[in-house]
Design a protein around this ligand. Sequence first.
Ligand code: GLC
Length: 740
Amino acid sequence: MKKILIGVLLTASFLSYSQGKSIDQKVEELLQKMTLEEKIGQLNQYTGDNTVTGPLTINPNKQQEIKEGKIGSMLNVIGAKYTRQYQELAMQSRLKIPLLFGLDVIHGHKTTFPIPLAEAASWDLSAMELSARVAATEAAASGIHWTFAPMVDVSRDPRWGRVMEGAGEDTYLGSRIAFARVKGFQGTKLGDLNSVMACAKHFVAYGAAVGGRDYNSVDMSDRMLWETYLPPFKASVDAGVATFMNSFNDLNGIPATANRYIQRDILKGKWNFQGFVVSDWGSIGEMIAHGYCKDSKEAAEKAILAGSDMDMESNAYRYNLAQLVAENKVPVSVIDEAVKRILRKKFELGLFDDPFRYCNTERQNKALNNPENAKIAREVAAKSIVLLKNEQKVLPLSKEIKTIAFIGPMVKPKRINHGFWAVDLKDVDSTYIVSQWEGLQNKIGKKAKLLYARGCGVEDMSKAGFEEAIQVANQADVVVVSIGERWNMSGEAKSRSNLSIPGVQEDLVKELQKTGKPIVVLINAGRPLIFNWTADNMPTILYTWWLGSEAGNAIADVLFGDYNPSGKLPMSFPREEGQIPIYYNHFNTGRPSINEDKVYKSAYIDLPNSPKFPFGYGLSYSYFTYSDLKLSKKKIKSNETIEVTLNITNTGSFAGEEVVQLYLRDQVGSVVRPIIELKDFQKIKLAKGETKTISFTIDNEKLSFYNSALEFASEPGSFDLMIGSSSADIRLSDTFELIP
Ligand code: GLC
């Protein structure tokens, strides 16, 4: 009884003592009580052992070290039960500082959404924010405080497997999506029980790895860095992102983890970022392999001084920082600053008030089984599908069809649809994933007969299944063939030098084409693939990416026109790997490829420069005409704006959505300017026959760029304005002038 009374008095006194104090004051008070070892403990993060997302640092003493206050955060500990177990250990430490639990909730927690690149193809910012909101709600109910998302790396190289995780090649689109996703994950405010900390990653320029080879070096001008790769990170800061994760790559000779310029000068200095930076898995220790540090001690010194606050899985901080302080190589003030950034977030999350507030099994079970989430996932998945071809109007399929042959290695498997970076929930069975086969079954019920043949594998070269596939196809009114990459052929450490559809899958399509049946090709992938034969010879193609738990239902909705596809490609699709890096907003060069002269021009002698499918491209079952472009002014000063208006009419037979894209070209600049740049877009819904007037505002920001002095500014001169249905399908254009 006496102990309980003392406990109650202590708690009451702590609460009363801390009540009314700001978070900064609470952080300061707590810091004063901490030993150097306890401070270093807060900078140390380890993975749980259920799920591993990198080369594991064996440490059998994690649980004891948590009790000793030597670990401040865990990742890959999933579920209210398991996070509670670890948090209980932390409550046995001297100062009872709660653990942070982080996880890669990249495109959904249990309810899995389309991979981020697929969602980017929706160009629907509210859909992407909602997707992140649902993911946060499920994750927060499962004990997770922090997701290592959104990944906001711009990439112009589909050989890099992690393009699946981002928003594609365009800086403007990527910045808008970064903002939406951070808002989605973090919700109204941190500390709400359905919000998690977001993490802008991987800082920075990871997507520009030489050769598209993961973890490879990056070398570029600071101007390119500021103009193309930094803006989505700045958008994340503007959205209030709580954390950053730095990247594995060296940038201009210095590994990002120890790159003071990007972490202290830009992020914490110019951008005044108040959150904290976690290193990517082991990247501090990997600076030895980089040849940038001679040992773990030097790596720890360089990383902490450069602004890396938390060490994920490399042990460098916990084994070296105390010694570095003792040797006056690292001031304790630098450690204090990192610790304060981390403690501030733990207070904001309410973890000191109640360390177990996110570990509620009942709330978890309710959140993970909310049918509304599946409905949202189905809608977002349908919006992410891109219609590449529909030349013979085979789509949408008639609901009067009697027999459908559904063929290919992607038809029945469930896991394929989750793609890479799906959360590996050990205690949740995968039956909740709707396979493509089940999706069509759900749609047609008894109204039609659904025939199946696998036809071939994903990567094996056997054609033994072709005969059966052809027999099945010959019995059908229409054939749907589903091919593509295996679920982990794109993702981390999954760079490919050859982007063709693996195995004999295209050969299967060729054989099926000989049946003369109407054929719909579904291509499932985590990146742009190269499929020139199919693209040239098959009249009906849908790019169905990896669409998540509701893939089957979403594909069926699009096949039968219950959702009219509206997706637009967020990356250029190359004709051949030799074109890579390929991107739409390139410079003109002094000998542009359109040169009349057939010899001296910036082009290949064996291939057009143009992509197979361009950035911003995607068809609809409907058609949209653009008309009546009007500019409120033809000349403006930098403090003025132009109102751009135009009409869009749905001239097709279906209600549908169009992504109207606004592009600019700055004709002459103090540095060369891209031939075309996305500066705004609107996704609009139009009923059959409906016309809408939409408007855009051109302001000085849209005219500005980073000049050679790294000033973000506009320059007087002429601009081309282009309104398009894709970057290569400009429907209306005009010019205007910026005057001094
Ligand atoms: C991985 C990834 C990173 C992820 C982290 C934790 O190596 O690079 O994106 O968040 O480790 O899993």
